[in-house]
Design a protein around this ligand. Structure first.
Ligand code: PMP
Length: 360
């Protein structure tokens, strides 16, 4: 096998080895068709089969009900910040947002830029976004409630999703999508950049309940218009074919390992190994309240920034990459997405133990 490093990147991130091998095998001559997926027409029979299979597997894995549409769009989760407000927040209405960190803040700012009215009904900014708010009151007439399932930078995650009654729940699931089962019918709309848990960069998954499609106004950019995008899902214009192909392979891999319940079990086991190490003593300090801890992104600090710099340098020498905390918060962050193997987590913890011995 090729030499592989321990990849703790926050996204784009590790992909399953099996998927990479299949991509490699089929790269030049896809299933004997004499061309690569990279070169295929998005209107070809071959590509159509790839897209349909990815959609089908996504529906199966997440148990997506028939009254929802799955789309692979472009523009990142960032474009969805605007698209959600453009489609679902008409003039004269207000939407609720819960602010749990940088990405939630960006979703709020993007809607505000469009002149939309919204209310931030809860925020964890008072404690540097180190917890998920538990107390909030949803406005009964809100157009929707927007939340961020997992906060990639701060490492907090909703352990369960709020009951919203009649109010539509919209969720940015970018950094924990397909890492655990979710009850899709609780959500009006889910969006997620693919590049953390389900594929390479270039596509954003949007899962939308079909009745919402009627809300899209005509005078918004076509690429943001859910109604137009859903008419022929993922084929309005040239889609990121290769990314969608790789997503399809990752979804097949997820099915093969036993689906999202099994994936969650594996993710819980991996995260426990690292959290147990953090909780052992105060050499390393987890930065998140225990009841809000993410299974995906695990940030921690050492006593000084100098020690953190040394930690990162030595980790790199041991082929562990992507451990530097986000530039806005510093410290260390290990991202343990679906495809990060337990071996990498064990290697990290062994290094942490060793580093502690040498530096305390
Ligand atoms: N939301 C969350 C939770 C994220 O982690 C990110 C990217 N790190 C984004 C949104 C933005 O995604 P994109 O880069 O795909 O626009």
């Amino acid at each position: 096998m090729e030499k592989r490093i321990h990849n703790f990147n926050a996204g784009p991130a590790a992909l399953p080895m099996e998927v990479l091998e299949e991509v490699q095998k089929d790269l030049i001559n896809y299933k004997g068709k004499g061309l690569s997926v990279l070169e295929m027409s998005h209107r070809s029979k071959e590509y159509d089969a790839i897209l349909k299979e990815a959609e089908k597997n996504m529906k199966e894995l997440l148990g997506i009900p028939d009254n929802y549409t799955v789309m692979f769009l472009q523009g990142g989760a960032t474009l969805q910040f605007a698209a959600v407000a453009l489609n679902l927040l008409p003039e004269g209405k207000s939407a609720d947002y819960i602010n749990t960190g940088v990405w939630a803040t960006k979703a709020i700012e993007e809607a505000q830029k469009l002149g939309k009215t919204l209310k931030v009904i809860a925020s964890s900014e008072d404690k540097e976004f180190t917890y998920i708010p538990k107390e909030f009151k949803i406005s009964p007439d809100a157009a929707y409630l927007h939340i961020t399932a997992n906060n990639t930078i701060r490492g907090t995650e909703w352990q369960s999703f709020p009951e919203t009654g009649k109010v539509d729940l919209v969720c940015d699931m970018s950094s924990d999508f397909c890492s655990r089962p979710v009850d899709v019918k609780k959500f009006a709309l889910i969006y997620a950049g693919a590049q953390k848990n389900v594929g390479p960069a270039g596509a954003t998954v949007v899962i939308i309940r079909n009745d919402l499609l009627e809300r899209s106004p005509k005078n918004i950019p076509t690429m943001c218009n859910y109604k137009i995008m859903a008419k022929e899902p993922s084929l309005y214009n040239t889609p990121p074919c290769f990314t969608i192909y790789v997503i399809g392979l990752v979804l097949k891999w997820l099915k093969k390992i036993g689906g999202l319940s099994k994936m969650q079990e594996i993710n819980v086991t991996k995260a426990k190994v690292l959290y147990n190490r953090l909780d052992k003593n105060d050499f390393y300090r987890g930065t998140v309240q225990k009841d809000s801890r993410s299974l995906m992104n695990i940030p921690f600090r050492l006593k000084t920034e100098e020690l953190e710099a040394k930690f990162l340098e030595e980790a790199k020498a041991l082929n562990m990459i992507g451990l530097k905390g986000h530039r806005s918060v510093g410290g260390i962050r290990a991202s343990l997405y679906n495809a990060v193997p337990m071996d990498s987590v064990k290697a990290l913890v062994a290094f942490m133990d060793d580093f502690e011995k040498k530096n305390s």
